[in-house]
Design a protein around this ligand. Structure first.
Ligand SMILES: C[S@@+](CC[C@H](N)C(=O)[O-])C[C@H]1O[C@@H](n2cnc3c(N)ncnc32)[C@H](O)[C@@H]1O
Length: 327
């Protein structure tokens, strides 16, 4: 293994934390024990946390690693990267940017086919959602931004200003599973003709106006915000790339653990793991011949416990799926 303690991207030290600094706002990791146990961490191993966030899972992995172990972390968000840098842990290799560069970075480290585990805890972190200025939430008014990577040019506002009505309706339907996708798209396109849609509250109001019926317990803009966020951040394509690349970088015995938060993501992960795996079955049930040839085995899916959901509502829709390279 090549000795690289710091990412080539980072030479400057992180600024010290300031009061109210969003970089240091807490994110409560979901399915923490289940995911880290599921990786079956070897103390001298090479691991990847593809979605560092505030480092909840990363810290739990590091606790199991010796001084020879390494953890390569990715995040698109500079604030997450600042937190990783502030840990000043020589075992961490830091990469700012999309995890769709996993294979490239692993090759640079000379670790192709030798990675012991990849973890991805998908979606946005609590600090991203909670900060009005990031524009991810209809709960607070802010600029319609929604970029995980703030160096990216396209924001939700610029995307909404340009997208065609038909494409917008498709995105709302496919990524938000929104029943009133066409009506909402029509209302947005009408409204942007008079003034740009530049705040989260204006978008939330437009969606509410276009929605004839909705459940009182769920804001009618929930699905629209999810769909636009997925489109602006290219989330599903990134996920597909991550799955393909993880399968290629893992060593025999290496594991991929993915936590998803909505059915769209989970469907992609489930199909990928099913396609590549022998199913986990009790030892007494014989496998079919094509299942015997599969390079991976997958484990039963894991949901958050009732206790975890009660103490952390973000865990409600979470799903953990794990597979292991066997050949
Ligand atoms: C749910 S949070 C992860 C929380 C983390 N496990 C923890 O315990 O603190 C997801 C993080 O992944 C990042 N992210 C999402 N998609 C990404 C991608 N394609 N590439 C890199 N980072 C991504 C987000 O910016 C966010 O910080």
């Amino acid at each position: 293994m090549r000795k690289v303690y710091r990412s080539r991207c980072y030479s400057k030290k992180s600024d010290p934390p300031r009061a109210g600094d969003q970089r240091f706002v807490e994110h409560r990791p979901v399915l923490l024990e289940e995911a880290v146990d599921g990786l079956n961490v070897k103390k001298d191993g090479f691991y990847v946390d593809a979605t560092f966030g505030r480092g909840g899972h990363a810290k739990a992995i590091l606790e199991k690693l010796s001084s020879k172990g390494r953890l390569l972390i990715f995040d698109k968000d500079e604030r997450a990267i600042d937190v990783a840098r502030s840990m000043e842990d020589k075992r961490i290799l830091i990469e700012q940017g999309s995890f769709n560069r996993l294979e490239e970075v692993v090759k640079e480290q000379g670790m192709q086919g030798r990675v012991d585990g990849v973890l991805a805890d998908l979606g946005v972190s609590s600090p991203q959602l909670d900060e009005a200025l990031r524009g991810f939430s209809f709960m607070q008014d802010g600029p319609l931004d929604m970029r995980m990577d703030q160096t990216q040019e396209e924001t939700a506002e610029s995307w909404l200003a340009e997208v065609s009505e038909a494409e917008l309706a498709r995105v709302l339907k496919e990524y938000g599973e929104e029943r009133y996708a066409k009506r909402i798209a029509r209302r947005i396109v009408e409204a942007r003709g008079s003034a740009p849609i530049s705040t989260t509250s204006r978008l939330a109001t437009l969606v509410k106006e276009a929605t004839p019926r909705f459940d009182e317990h769920k804001h009618p803009a929930t699905r629209t915000f999810q769909a636009i966020r997925i489109a602006v951040n290219n989330e599903l394509k990134d996920l597909e790339d991550l799955l393909d690349q993880s399968a290629r970088v893992l060593a025999v015995g290496g594991r991929l653990a993915v936590i998803s938060f909505h059915s769209l993501e989970d469907r992609i992960v489930k199909r990928f793991m099913e396609k590549n795996s022998k199913k986990w079955v009790p030892a007494e049930i014989p496998l079919k011949s094509e299942e015997l040839k599969a390079p991976f085995k997958s484990f039963p899916k894991i949901k958050a416990s009732r206790e975890e959901v009660l103490s952390n509502p973000r865990a409600r829709s979470s799903m953990l799926r794990i597979m292991e390279r066997v050949a």
